[in-house]
Design a protein around this ligand. Structure first.
Ligand SMILES: Nc1ncnc2c1ncn2[C@@H]1O[C@H](COP(=O)(O)OP(=O)(O)O)[C@@H](O)[C@H]1O
Ligand SMILES: [Mg+2]
Length: 443
């Protein structure tokens, strides 16, 4: 058998890539992960309290973190913000909840970001959503990277995460579809399932990283669909249910203080890591069996979508393909519960300078006010730079020339996420960000 040119090319490139240093820029990003710190004023705004109130608590509460002092200013990390939230929220005198953890018996929410087209901001929207609900509500978030390209993983990984290593467990391992050609799912105990979640530098945010072996999942599922009775479209849904049986919430916010009223740091650390309040899935732009599992497992599906004509054509094929799959699935499992929550199209990377994009949004919204969000992501040049280092707008430290655009994009991200939260958790107290955006653009 002769070696073709292509095989020679692949061999050469494999040899070259083995020797090229791809780590330099990556290491720099990983080392400075969540380096951003938040001022007292910013922390007060995240908690929705007055700065004077927060300052008073910081003097009265012995467990209040010192933060870092720079000049007269004290700044806090996301972990310290979570602790402050727990301190205020567990205080018996608290007038409202600050730590919006789910209670025993409430199921974990699953929110999937998916679209047919690449480059519509799925990964960035998913990362922002996870960080927003963590910063603004204290939620414990599980991020599942369902993309072999592992984009959303790059927004969360630090040096402790062996990304792109062949034996780092991915979604395929979580679902038990890691052995192509196997007749049945790999059995994993709920404890083993919990161990697939990798901690991140964000407090209470865990990650199942993406990677090439997600593709093994598709091959495995394909063979199982031919040879066994595994319901190949609901493996992830069932796996999450199995994980949930033993890894649900155990500690309530009231239990974070002992009888003497003193804050119990150990109980807090345990509670912060004992479960997840929401699972966020970042999809690959396609409708493979693995991606179908991400949709079937979801309570809510968010479709980040650019508004150009050809891009909208991909939305048309995406929804019609999903429609066909759903019909097929209901054909042999009529009572399956799929997507009981709210679903929405999120316009992204909108160019507001010319009215083409916004006209398109208005038209879509008029036709489908329930399905299309009134809040969108505008195109920002701050994020192009942030994304060079794989930093979301919530952790990006802009150089002074980009401070204004970074601030504007953070306000934009807050508006989008406030709108998503209101649809996904109607019971959570809304913030004013989405209303302000709608007033400014539609008012
Ligand atoms: N609002 C925006 N403005 C400018 N660039 C954006 C915006 N949203 C995303 N991008 C950039 O577009 C590219 C694709 O985004 P990404 O979230 O990876 O999309 P997807 O996951 O849909 O492929 C990235 O380089 C990202 O930084
Ligand atoms: Mg992506």
């Amino acid at each position: 058998m002769a070696y073709g040119q292509f095989e020679q090319f692949i061999r050469n490139m494999s040899r070259v890539m083995g020797a090229v240093n791809t780590r330099l820029q990556r290491d720099l990003t990983l080392r400075t992960r969540v380096a951003r710190r938040f001022s007292m004023v910013e922390v007060a705004s995240l908690l929705g309290v007055d700065t004077t109130y927060l300052t008073r608590i910081s003097n009265e509460e012995p467990a209040f973190p010192d933060g870092e002092k720079r000049g007269r200013e004290r700044t806090f990390s996301p972990s310290e913000i979570m602790l402050i939230r727990a301190l205020i929220g567990s205080n018996p005198a608290a007038k409202r909840p600050y730590l919006h953890w789910r209670r025993k018996g409430q199921p974990v929410k699953v929110v999937t970001f998916g679209a047919q087209k690449g480059g519509t901001g799925k990964s960035l929207s998913a990362a922002h959503f996870a960080q927003y609900v963590n910063l603004h509500y204290g939620l414990r978030v599980g991020v599942i990277d369902a993309d072999p390209q592992a984009t959303v993983s790059l927004y969360f990984a630090d040096q402790s995460l062996p990304l792109f290593q062949p034996n780092t467990p991915t979604l395929a391992d979580f679902m038990g579809v890691d052995t192509p050609g196997a007749d049945d799912l790999t059995e994993r105990t709920p404890q083993d399932l919990d161990a697939v979640w990798h901690p991140t530098p964000w407090p209470g945010i865990k990650l199942i990283p993406g990677g090439a072996n997600i593709q093994n999942g598709d091959i495995s599922l394909f063979f199982m669909s031919q040879r066994s009775h595994v319901p190949v479209y609901r493996v992830l849904k069932d796996t999450i249910a199995k994980w949930e049986e033993f890894n649900g919430p155990k500690t309530a916010v009231e239990n974070l203080r002992g009888d003497n009223g003193r804050f119990d740091h150990e109980a807090y650390e345990t509670a912060l890591n004992e479960t997840l309040d929401v699972i966020v899935i970042d999809q690959q732009p396609s409708l493979t069996l693995m991606q179908l599992n991400g949709l079937i497992a979801a309570d809510s599906v968010v479709i980040p979508q650019t508004m150009k004509g050809f891009d909208l054509a991909t939305l048309a094929t995406y929804v019609s393909n999903i429609g066909e799959y759903l019909e097929f699935i209901m054909g042999f499992e009529a009572d399956i519960e799929i997507g009981a929550g709210e679903h929405m199209v999120l316009p992204t990377i909108v160019q507001e300078q010319n009215t083409q994009d916004t006209d398109q949004i208005v038209e879509l919204y008029r036709k489908a006010p329930r399905e299309v969000l009134q809040v969108w992501y505008g195109r920002s040049d701050a994020i192009a730079n942030a994304a060079e280092e794989y930093k979301s707008i919530y952790e990006y430290l802009p150089p002074s020339s980009r401070r204004v655009s970074a601030r504007a994009f953070m306000a934009n991200a807050n508006a989008v996420n406030d709108a998503l939260v209101q649809r996904i958790w109607p019971d959570l107290p809304p913030r004013e960000f989405a209303a302000k955006f709608i007033e400014e653009r539609w008012g």
